[in-house]
Write a protein that binds this ligand. Sequence first.
Ligand code: GLC
Length: 498
Amino acid sequence: MGKVAVGTAVVCAAAACVAAALVVRHRTRSSGKWGRATAIAKELEEQCWTPISKLRQVADALDVEMHAGLASEGGCKLKMLITYVDNLPSGDEKGLFYALDLGGTNFRTLRVHLGGKEKGVVKIESEEVSIPPHLMTGSSQELFDFIASKLAKFVSSEPEELHPPPGRQRELGFTFSFPVKQTSIASGTLIKWTKGFNIEDAVGEDVVGGLTKSLEKIGLDMRVAALVNDTVGTVARARFSNQDVIAGVILGTGTNAAYVECAHAIPKWQGLLPKSGEMVINMEWGNFCSSHLPLTEYDQALDAESLNPGEQIFEKIVSGMYLGDIVRRVLLKMAEEVDFFGDTVPPKLRIPFVLRTPDMSAMHHDTSSDLKVVGNKLKDILEINNTSLKTRKIVVELCDIVATRGARLSAAGIFSILKKIGRDTVKDGKKQKSVVALDGGLFEHYAKFRSSLESTLKELLGDEADETVGIEHSNDGSGIGAALLAASNSQYLGVQES
Ligand code: GLC
């Protein structure tokens, strides 16, 4: 018995020693873990750092690229595409027009009733359809057939009193939010896909031709009156209500900007000078790249593993398609290198794009004292349970670093446009105001992104900005803008509208 007791005491003492050793080891390991996790976050913060001096360098580099893209075709990072939109809506547009808005995983069909200066946009009806993923990488005719069938269904719900008179075609503004080399206001060939689309047979083909073929196939008598980028639609929509609008920016799945350029400042433009003296330019700024951009190992890996390596670098560090995935990549490194989520790497963390930007935004905006939203997102999306408050705080910090970099770079982009067009025109004794219209889910729903963008733009512009520069949200601009451009390019212009 005594022996046993002694033995037990020995075993207990030994167990206590082991337990103590384990506690000590765990403490050292976990304090090491926090130290190393913080070091990874710190390093990210340093690499993503965007002081005003850097943003000015980025804006200057953009300016150089803008000039190069306007001077000649091809070879430039900024395509500076001529849109054939030289006449923006005046507000007088009237009638019933359709729009089709394709540019992300969903597309929308719209029916827009325009009532001219007095009534403005009278009524908008719209429908959103999600694109089955296999159609995003299949054949172009399959995609266009699918879209045409949904459009036909939408048109069939048109109230009888709005039916066009016999012999009159319905007209459509087609928002196609990818880089297109336009050959007229209603035709153009796809330069390349972006944002996860990859339908090879469409590249180099006329997108309006493709859609028209599908419309004819199902017997829908509708004419594409305008082919527009979403940024151009945004400018058009905003200009309809505010003549001070000079640019449109999309911050959504992708990012891009369009602005109103003086026709004589476009050396590559071979056509007649438009009467207005102006031409809207689709910058395709998502493809901007410069040694001044603050790029990290995570961005490089994301780019290398993407469908379009080496392309759309600005877009890959700014836009909604990618921000969540950058955060995921940092978390994966922490899990692999410092056991941030325990001894094993959570398998879900290895799945590209599993952490979406709206979820990142929800975590970033979590105001609960225990960061409950962060905890739930980690559990629901990444299957990481029981995270400590300390862990959650680091996750929020990562979201902040990545979103702030994107927002500040977007502000630098807007600043470069304002610089390029100059803001010193005087009209009626006053400096003319320049308004930039913004749209897209990232701008609309990610409040911290938006406020960082706004404050950075103020920082860049200085005090005079309040008087001369404005930014506004152009809700639904891309679709409605396309309908407006269909109206201003209607084949029935001058014919009395109801
Ligand atoms: C991508 C497209 C561009 C579009 C932008 C926003 O950058 O290339 O055309 O405007 O996304 O949707």
